[in-house]
Design a protein around this ligand. Structure first.
Ligand code: PLP
Length: 421
């Protein structure tokens, strides 16, 4: 049992992949910001769906189709509950955060943005929350602006206060940075944006898996997240949108299942969310997502948050004590999610990740789809570790020992002393 009330030994038994060894070492999986592992309950739910309930949704009157529809729509109700949305109709199933943001950039932005309107992003955005807006800006004549990041890896709130103006049509912001772990003060920013008439979209790909989030309390207009980053299968994600906004939004793409009536010259749309889900959706993925959300809810997001905070403190203390290691992002008592980026002096992040892999430690190295932030940090890439509920203190110790091995291989001057395997 961890100090924060999560029984990690028991949780780890729920994840079959954690029994794997890599090169004779126990798997230490610290690449959860990229994607998490899946518990047995989610894997079983997929098998059970295909063995017992598989059929297409919404269109059949036969038993299997009704069962599949009930499971699919049941997952929507669970997602609404998990995010604090009052109306399941405000939950659109997408393939993930990227598709959710694109849906707003194409569906809402095309209709509502005028030349000169401003879309406010930040320097710490993932490319998924930049490129869709660049495309929308090109199409509408809107202007992109970026809230700067301070040297501590925080949003510059003074600048944010100046940049959110009556010209701001939309603030599209990451809840938790996938590089720095910074948790942005989104409640304050939403209030500010609201007072100036702007809408707010939260990229909560890293936020939703790591702490309780309530879209109703936050009063955000849109929120995007990915199932695969919170124990669910790949290929399923969520866009939350305020019902009154979704109601007025045109679907950016069309197909079967989203229309009321079709005639030769046109069609009219079903109500949200189905208006935005043309074609056969990822039914089993949604079912798996529902089970993953049940699993996370049973653990308790508050406990998950405290657990990851404790591991993050342990990792920061350990990394900061190693000479030649630079840690990026906020330190001290600042709110920070379970994501830590660092570099080892003179050693390329890919080499660090390769040596760590040799001892069974899986981390990510690269720009993490955040090239603007890399530029701000003055680096080409970082090594990133990120936590999930099944990680424990032993994982952090293995990571820190692995950095010791990096230093053995490369020395303090970064000159390679031994061959990589
Ligand atoms: N936004 C953030 C902050 C992310 O970390 C990621 C994925 O790493 C994404 C967006 C994109 O998520 P997906 O690839 O699941 O669409």
């Amino acid at each position: 049992m961890s100090d924060t009330g999560l029984d990690t030994a028991s949780i780890r038994r729920d994840f079959p992949i954690l029994k794997r060894e890599i090169g004779g070492h126990p798997l230490t999986y610290l690449d959860n910001a990229a994607t998490t592992q899946k518990p047995r309950a989610v894997i079983d739910a997929l098998v059970d769906f295909y063995e017992h309930h598989n059929a297409n949704v919404h269109r059949g009157v036969h038993t299997l189709s009704e069962e599949a529809t009930a499971l699919y729509e049941g997952a929507r109700v669970k997602a609404a509950g998990f995010l604090g949305a009052c109306d399941p109709g405000s939950i659109i199933f997408t393939r993930g955060t990227t598709e959710s943001i694109n849906l707003v950039a194409q569906g809402w932005a095309r209709q509502n943005l005028r030349s000169g309107d401003e879309i406010l992003l930040s320097e710490m955005e993932h490319h998924s929350n930049i490129i869709p807006w660049q495309i929308a800006a090109r199409e509408t004549g809107a202007v992109l602006r970026y809230i700067p990041v301070t040297d501590e890896g925080l949003l510059d709130m003074d600048e944010a206060g100046r940049m959110i103006t009556e010209k701001t049509a939309l603030l599209a912001l990451t809840h938790t940075s996938n590089v720095l772990g910074t948790i942005n003060p989104v409640a304050d920013l939403i209030r500010l944006a609201r007072s100036r008439g702007a809408l707010v979209l939260l990229d909560a790909a890293q936020g939703v898996p790591r702490q309780p989030l309530d879209v109703t309390a936050l009063d955000c207009d849109f929120l995007a997240c990915s199932g695969h980053k919170m124990l669910a299968p790949t290929g399923i994600g969520v866009l939350y949108g305020k019902p009154e906004l979704l109601e007025r939004m045109e679907p950016p793409s069309g197909g079967g299942g989203m229309i009321r009536q079709v005639w030769r010259e046109g069609a009219d749309w079903r109500e949200p969310p189905w208006r935005f889900e043309p074609g056969t959706p990822d039914i089993s993925g949604a079912v798996g997502l529902g089970v993953a959300l049940d699993y996370l809810s049973a653990l308790g997001l508050q406990r998950v948050q405290a657990h990851e905070a404790a591991l993050t403190r342990q990792a920061l203390r350990g990394l900061e004590a190693i000479p030649g290691v630079t840690v990026y992002g906020p330190s001290g008592g600042v709110a920070r999610g379970g994501v830590v980026s660092f570099n080892v002096d003179g050693v390329h992040p890919h080499d660090v990740a390769q040596v760590l892999d040799e001892v069974g430690v899986a981390v990510r190295a690269g720009h993490h789809c955040c090239q603007l932030l890399m530029k701000r940090l003055g680096v080409a890439a970082t090594v990133r570790l990120s936590f999930a509920p099944y990680n424990d203190a032993a994982d952090v110790e293995r990571l820190l020992r692995g950095i010791g091995r990096v230093k053995e291989v490369f020395g303090d001057d970064g000159e390679q002393k031994r061959a990589l395997p």
